[in-house]
Design a binder for this molecule. Structure first.
Ligand SMILES: [Zn+2]
Length: 216
């Protein structure tokens, strides 16, 4: 099973990627993990990527693509994989398609986690971070009524990333970048949307049901 997972910030994509990959016994391949592995392993690509990241610049597409190609060539990815964070745009999707084609492979499915914007805002803007131990609490889901950490008593604050205005902006950026990608895969006939609201286990279950018809 070769699949790509897409979804907005706050959709629980990282968690679902892990559960789905483990249910399917395939490696979860995220661009974040690939970057970290290359940088900490001191590979040529890792060193190159680091020069951009150290300057606060985006790592260029060709570096990301080369890292993804290396990772997908590894033994554990030959019978399937779940990609998280790649492709990000249609150009990358076309490169991925050609890359797999060269290897006699193709994507089976693109799973889109669907959550409406207000739900994402509710999830993210309710987060409070402990300035002492870094633990994250949620005003609603953890029923936090004071602004002190239950673990260490430290003061809680709202990260800039979690402020409603920032969350809404991130959602807009996501929609702009991802809408063309989603319609590209819809045209290919391999896009399936999964409702990503509700408990984590229920979302995983829905995802597995959506995947089943695409399994060999
Ligand atoms: Zn704390």
């Amino acid at each position: 099973m070769r699949l790509v997972l897409v979804g907005p910030p706050g959709a629980g994509k990282g968690t679902q990627a892990q559960y789905i990959a483990s249910n399917l016994s395939i490696p979860k391949i995220s661009t974040g993990d690939i970057f970290r592995a290359n940088v900490s392993g001191g590979t040529d690509l890792g060193r190159l990527a680091k020069t951009y990241m150290d300057r606060g610049d985006l790592v260029p597409d060709e570096v990301t693509i080369a890292m993804v190609r290396d990772r997908l060539s590894e033994d554990d990815a030959q019978d399937g994989f779940l990609l998280d964070g790649f492709p990000r745009n249609v150009a990358q999707a076309e490169i991925l398609r050609d890359m797999l084609k060269d290897w006699g492979q193709a994507l089976d499915l693109v799973l889109e986690l669907v959550v409406d914007d207000d739900e994402v805002v509710r999830r993210l803007a309710g987060r409070r971070t402990c300035s002492q131990c870094g633990r994250i609490w949620h005003v609603e889901f953890d029923d936090k009524k004071d602004d002190k950490c239950d673990a260490c008593g430290g003061p809680l604050f709202q990260r800039d990333d979690d402020k409603e205005q920032t969350v809404r902006h991130r959602l807009e950026v996501y929609q702009e970048q991802t809408a063309p990608l989603v319609s590209y895969y819809a045209d290919e006939g391999i896009l399936v949307g999964v409702d990503a609201t509700g408990p984590v286990e229920e979302v995983t279950q829905r995802a597995m049901e959506a995947i089943r018809p695409f399994m060999g």
